[in-house]
Design a protein around this ligand. Structure first.
Ligand code: GLC
Ligand code: CA
Length: 556
């Protein structure tokens, strides 16, 4: 099946709980999505990716699923979802679901059964092991979870531990068990038969664990990760899913893969028999931190450019990039790589910097209106297991109280989970009652209604940008060559396709900057097809870039 249509689309990500409350209980839902489908379409995207909306105890806000073949009642249930699917399709919007099969919720039927006894047919759906040491009081190995202390939880009734590489309420599935793989394929078929168009596969490269579960290299978190970050059977299992299910439908799959480099990515996405169509990598999300968002560092443009350029160059002609700068797992991009005081300018520039590259754009709810990080005044107002786990880790290092609060405000992924700001009315038009999670107090100024009114808004820039991509195949398919890689101010790259050329120039400073064009470009001969300011003037070899200006010149 030729599914290459995914290369020409743009995807809008919905994290439902905070998107729009349609029935007045303070919780975002699919009724709200129905109300806003025309808005989504108006941005110029072609597909929606739903972060998990299945029944879930919400230990990890839906990434802990208790029933894979249903939709949570509070979001409107399966009937409302079918309506959304139908209405989206009518508008030419595809729909992709989040497939979270590295782990289930501990409230999933399989886990409840598996806990009943060693002879239960579901016992081997998970990793149950005896403890080590005298009296078996030590966990089976030294692994630590990413979200919550040790990676093993003791269950006294069984006198065994189960493995969870994320939170305690997210036991890992044993993918080595063929029955588990049959379940995964059955889940995929269930949604594809209903008409969904693909999957975003959650931490999918973690699904195979090294035989014997050996001790890992000691780290402050995620000890053991080298034994499952690209486990021994991951390719085999993903090929099985691909051949038995995905290949039979007109659909696509994008896999999330923490800690993967481009070489890893190509193993999954290149060649005649790729397992994934695209990969969500993390390299470019680490330009202001060390490994994880939580270990903040000053923003480093060169680091960002290196990551972007590596993925563009290494994948070109071999596989396909997923382009993103925001999702539900990271703080807001303007607050990170841009400048809140130049919200419009830096928000639009960052969009151009990322989405003028080759790949499929993914845009996260609220990003298109330039939503910013939140500033909560008390830790009790946070909601996420990760925030609280980090609190414990930082405490051990002597960082607590206000100091940790500052870190959480700056680095927590909850920054991306505040309700979408629709207008300046109470609760930002998200709901008629107090929402489940506090609205960012800046909603009176930053909201969809204001962005709609202003022709130069971030929202209208996103619309232009997506149109430019559609109208210029060079932006989608052209090759990529970076200029001035050493600059700490400018991100500049060239694209080439079928005899045409394009030059993308982005300024990362809040001052005016005199830009000297690469030798091979005469700036007066190119047509500016995208710019976040009025009247971009050029001389043949130089132009004055205004704060955070972005320009795209096309040479036909
Ligand atoms: C992925 C999800 C994240 C979740 C984690 C565990 O990284 O994007 O939100 O917490 O997996 O499922
Ligand atoms: Ca609701």
């Amino acid at each position: 099946m030729d599914n290459s249509w995914y290369k020409e689309m743009a995807v809008y990500q919905i994290w439902c709980r905070s998107f729009k409350d349609g029935n007045g209980d303070g919780i975002g839902d699919l009724y709200g999505v129905l109300e806003k489908l025309d808005y989504i379409k108006s941005i110029g995207v072609d597909a929606i990716w739903f972060s998990p909306i299945y029944p879930s105890p919400l230990a990890d806000y839906g990434y802990d699923i208790s029933d894979y073949k249903d939709i949570a009642e509070e979001y409107g249930g399966l009937e409302t979802f079918k309506k959304v699917l139908d209405e989206a399709h009518k508008r030419g919007l595809k729909v992709i679901m989040d497939l979270v099969v590295n782990h289930t919720s501990d409230e999933h039927e399989w886990f409840k059964e598996s806990k009943k006894g060693k002879d239960n047919p579901y016992h081997d759906y998970y990793f149950w092991r005896k403890g080590r040491g005298k009296n078996g009081k030590k966990p089976p190995n030294n692994w630590l979870s990413t979200f919550e202390g040790g990676a093993w939880e003791y269950v006294p009734e069984l006198d065994e531990y189960y493995l969870h590489v994320f939170a305690k309420k997210q036991p890992d599935l044993n993918m080595d068990n063929p029955k588990v793989r049959e379940e995964v394929k059955s889940i995929m078929k269930f949604w594809l038969d209903m008409g969904v168009d693909g999957f975003r596969e959650d931490v999918i490269t973690f699904i195979s664990k090294k035989e014997g579960l050996p001790n890992g290299f000691p780290l402050p978190i995620a000890t053991g990760i080298e034994h499952y970050k690209k486990g021994p059977h991951v390719h085999e299992y993903l090929k099985e899913f691909r051949h038995d299910v995905i290949d039979k439908y007109d659909c696509f799959v994008v896999g999330e893969s923490p800690m993967s480099n481009t070489k890893d990515c190509l193993e999954f996405t290149a060649g005649d028999d790729p397992e994934l169509d695209m990969m969500i990598g993390f390299d470019h999300m680490q330009a202001d931190c060390f490994v994880t968002d939580t270990i903040a560092m000053p923003f480093n443009l060169r680091k960002l450019k290196k990551a972007f350029s590596r993925w563009q160059k290494d994948l070109y002609g071999k596989s396909w990039n997923a382009l993103y700068i925001e999702n539900h797992d990271h703080p807001r991009i303007i607050s990170r790589y841009g400048n809140e005081k130049f919200r419009r300018e830096s928000g639009t520039m960052l969009a151009a910097a990322c989405y003028m590259q080759s790949g499929t754009p993914f845009i996260y709810q609220g990003q298109e209106i330039g939503m910013l990080n939140n500033h909560l005044d008390d830790l009790s107002k946070f909601k996420d297991v990760v925030t609280f786990n980090n609190e414990k880790i930082f405490k051990k290092l002597g960082v607590k109280g206000q100091k940790y609060l500052d870190i959480a405000n700056k680095t927590s992924r909850e920054n991306a989970r505040t309700p979408v700001q629709w207008d300046s009315s109470e609760y930002a038009g998200f709901s008629t009652v107090e929402p489940w999670f506090g609205v960012n107090p800046n909603y009176k100024e930053i909201n969809v209604e204001n962005e709609e009114k202003n022709p130069d808004s971030i929202l209208n820039f996103y619309r232009k940008l997506l149109k430019v991509r559609k109208e210029n195949k060079i932006i989608i398919y052209g090759d990529y060559k970076e200029h001035f890689a050493d600059s700490d101010v400018i991100y500049c790259y060239e694209r080439n396709y079928e005899g045409k050329r394009a030059l993308v120039v982005c300024s990362f400073t809040d001052e005016t900057f005199t830009f000297h064009a690469p030798d091979t470009f005469d700036l007066t001969k190119g047509k500016v097809i995208l710019c976040n300011y009025e009247n971009p003037e050029s001389r043949p070899t130089v132009c004055a870039l205004r704060p955070y200006e972005a320009r795209v010149y096309l040479y036909e």
